[in-house]
Ligand binder design. Structure first.
Ligand SMILES: O=C(O)CCC(=O)C(=O)O
Ligand SMILES: [Fe+2]
Length: 282
């Protein structure tokens, strides 16, 4: 298909030594505003009053099913702190959603166009993918005041193939700073391997091991301008803090895996009838 890589040798060297790489101005202002506008339309169409996530009977089962089914849908997940003690939203739904996922990149034409664009393919090609498949997409809001923390983790724990092959592609749709909850990572931590997996079993999802504890001093903050993309090695330890500021921190996040010679794990939380189309084939 003639996909050529877009990264320079210096950029690749940085990625391999540090476990991440920020690519500035990956998306244009027009692309960012149209992705944001489209998300606003999707949010307006979302009727949370009829949503099954408000059901009180069999809450765990309902929540688990909503999560599992989101693998092939455009589903909405609330911020934990979105609700008051009365169970009602404390602010409008647009300011209550934590994320939208996990098949946005396949089902929404605009998100699909961006995800399957030559720039995303070139980036995947640079990173060495032969037959890359985007297994999940998320629009992450990190809402003002209530945007929840994301505890230290490795993306390979959630998006596992044998051998591991996940890379996170996370694009800032608004400036992301230490004030509104930017990403933090332990540079080089991808060299220490995968520490645990997130497994789907009979009674839901669990981690197979407890999390190690990490020292905050080992993390560096990764501030990014709107339109910048970060590629995150699947074994890199990264996190983000709660957003207590008055500014949101929207991002579009993709997780890509190799489908040529790497096997999707049958105990990953995402199980699909049909794998998504690869970005390109060898
Ligand atoms: O958006 C965040 O704060 C974290 C997202 C993340 O860890 C990911 O997309 O892999
Ligand atoms: Fe992550």
């Amino acid at each position: 298909m003639g996909i050529t890589g877009s990264l320079t040798p210096d950029q690749l060297q940085f990625f391999h030594s540090q476990g991440y790489l920020v690519i500035e101005s990956f998306a244009s202002e027009d692309e960012i505003s149209s992705l944001r506008k489209r998300m606003n339309e999707l949010l307006n169409q979302f009727d949370c009053s009829v949503s099954s996530i408000f059901s009180t009977k069999n809450q765990k089962q309902t929540t688990d099913n909503y999560f599992f089914e989101s693998a092939e849908k455009i589903s909405f997940f609330f911020e934990e702190k979105a609700f008051g003690e009365d169970g009602e939203l404390k602010q409008p739904k647009e300011l209550s959603i934590n994320k939208v996922g996990h098949a946005l990149h396949e089902l929404d034409p605009l998100y699909k166009e961006f995800t399957y664009s030559s720039k995303v393919s070139s980036l995947a090609s640079s990173l060495g993918y032969r037959r890359p498949v985007i297994m999940q997409s998320m629009y992450i809001f990190k809402q003002p005041g209530i945007g929840g923390e994301v505890v230290p983790h490795q993306d390979n724990s959630f998006v596992y193939t044998d051998p591991p092959s996940c890379t996170g592609l996370w694009m800032a749709l608004e400036d992301s700073t230490t004030v509104n909850g930017c990403l933090w990572a332990i540079p080089g931590s991808h060299k220490n391997g995968l520490v645990r997996r997130f497994i789907r079993g009979e009674s839901g999802v669990t981690f197979d091991r407890p999390s190690p504890s990490y020292e905050q001093k080992d993390f560096v903050s990764i501030e990014m301008k709107a339109g910048s993309m970060i590629a995150i090695h699947g074994d890199l330890i990264h996190q983000s803090f709660e957003n207590l500021s008055s500014k949101s921190r929207h991002a579009y996040s993709l997780h890509v895996v190799e489908s040529d010679g790497c096997k999707w794990a049958e105990d990953n939380w995402i199980q699909r009838e049909k794998m998504p189309e690869p970005l390109y084939v060898p």
